[in-house]
Design a protein around this ligand. Structure first.
Ligand code: IMP
Length: 184
């Protein structure tokens, strides 16, 4: 795997697609166990844009009936969280009275997940679970339970597999980390 350049920054290979795929297999198995045989179809809530690739890969592995709703939020500018989560596009469908599985690409400060929980509850969801592909445990200090976590990573800025640096980098199937110039 080669380094990539996005805008003014270079990123080096960090997590190959094979590892991401195995982590999604494991998460899907847990969700399938929890939701198999449930009478109503739960709603997967894809948080645009970062979760698109993860949601697509996860959905293909789910073996129970489910719906898909999306919404668009934004909190990052460049490589930093602004702390304020902006709602760019509201819920694309109803979650009222339904079980919701919120699908996030990454949980960092947790501001987004706290907001999402509040939004989903305000719209009258019966229950809400959280599924995130990645978690930065050194940064996450909120109380919202993260029911399904694909992988834990250190506190570093990453791109690829849906994640972006100012909108570039989402298309790469592997995950890359910002290159600080230090050798491993
Ligand atoms: P939080 O609200 O701080 O938990 O951040 C959540 C959102 O910030 C994620 O859904 C991503 O869109 C973005 N984000 C957090 N960390 C990274 C990163 O390392 N690279 C790219 N985007 C990130």
């Amino acid at each position: 795997m080669e380094k990539i350049t996005l805008h003014d920054k270079t990123f080096k290979p960090f997590i190959p697609y094979e590892k991401i795929s195995a982590a999604i297999d494991a998460v899907a198995e847990k969700i399938n166990k929890d939701f198999e045989g449930s009478e109503e179809a739960p709603v997967l809530l894809c948080v645009l844009n970062g979760s698109i690739l993860f949601t697509a890969e996860l959905m293909k592995r789910l073996t129970f009936n489910c719906e898909l709703v999306s919404m668009k939020l934004s909190s990052y500018v460049g490589t930093q969280s602004t702390g304020a989560v902006r709602q760019i596009m509201g819920l694309s469908g109803s979650v009222t009275g339904k079980s919701v599985i919120i699908i996030e690409d990454i949980v960092d400060t947790g501001n987004t997940i706290v907001d999402l929980m509040n939004i989903v509850k305000a719209y009258g969801a019966k229950e809400a679970k959280v599924c995130t592909m990645l978690l930065k445990p050194e940064v996450y200090k909120k109380d919202v339970k993260l029911d399904y976590v694909g992988m834990e990573i250190p506190n570093a800025f990453i791109v690829g597999f849906g994640l972006d640096y100012d909108e570039l980098g989402r298309n790469y199937k592997d995950i890359y980390v910002i290159d600080d110039g230090k050798e491993e």
